[in-house]
Design a protein around this ligand. Sequence first.
Ligand code: NAD
Ligand code: TDX
Length: 339
Amino acid sequence: MKILVTGGAGFIGSNFVYLLLEERPEWKIICVDALTYAANIHTLNDAFKSPNFVFYKEDIRNREGISAIFEKERPDVVVNFAAESHVDRSIENPAIFLETNIIGTAVLMDACRKYGIQRFHQVGTDEVYGDLPLDRPDLFFHEDTPIHTSSPYSTSKASADLLVQAYHRTYGLPVTISRCSNNYGPYQFPEKLIPLMINNASQNKPLPVYGEGLNVRDWLYVKDHCYGILAVLEKGRVGEVYNLGGHNEKANIEIVKIILSELGKPESLITFVTDRKGHDQRYAIDPGKAMAELGWAPTTMFKDGIKLTIQWYREHMDWMAECTSGGYMKYYEEMYGNR
Ligand code: NAD
Ligand code: TDX
């Protein structure tokens, strides 16, 4: 099996590469990543040691470059993780989200049509369903929940999903889509809630909580997400959407307090700042279809996963320092300076 993984130098893509090396060591992995600000090539240091791993620095928007990789490697399966993934950045600068997340996905699928493929899998998000009210804990996102997006990020991801479904119906491209809730774990760029709070708390810097910190996210350990994607590839039905999540809802403020407590830091570091524009209230996935059809279920409880995650960042402060060098301080100042 030859599997082409885009976005493999980012958070979830790199965890997926490591899962494949562990669980499917006979597969050839062709990793394609443009190495944007969100990537850290050192994340893949151990993958480079495998003879079954090859890496191409390429942009999924580049039709000729992507075509040349397909021509040379002839992948059997493509899994598309590559994306601009941060909601706050999409609010500041939507254009690149439309280009990478929509056009990039189309470029990949055009290459799949040209060269033939057993499966194109699109890594999607629960944010395409919009949000749920805080006072209706009985409501969950199902695969047939209407698409109703809030941010330029979620709109670009929803557009990509619609395009994937259109390529299936129009051209018969064998596609699947997974839509996952918030991931946490090793190798996440410290612009996202959990690594940002771990990084700031470690340095006794203020922890910027948006609004009152009451927005709810449904957290899944990244390795469980990766097992879910592998299950969709191997057991999922072509043309179908699968929601992945672990019924692990937490208000942001709870997460921040857990991090402070694990690190032995005072709650006085918490600073409430101006809310995110259009901030989604609550995400909550019903993963019943994936569980019933694929036999998939998360195995890492949040109480264990968050400890593993905090421990990982404490042991990899050099990795964090690499991510936060370069443009990070400028980004931080622009995003949080006057908040
Ligand atoms: P990330 O930002 O950590 O990584 C994205 C990777 O894609 C980076 O390595 C980056 O260099 C690469 N990339 C960006 N633009 C590219 C381009 N034009 N061409 C080639 N490579 C490019 O993101 P992530 O958190 O790992 O998310 C991966 C996927 O999973 C995304 O599609 C995201 O929408 C989806 N997702 C993420 C979460 C989450 O909680 N992080 C939840 C559900 C779904
Ligand atoms: O500094 C912060 N303070 C804060 O209160 C940051 C960065 C976030 N927050 C809040 C906003 C959200 O309610 O924490 C929550 C989580 O924020 P993010 O980590 O930015 O994630 P979210 O916006 O929920 O989106 C994530 O999950 C779905 C990923 O970034 C997406 O790629 C994925 O599709």
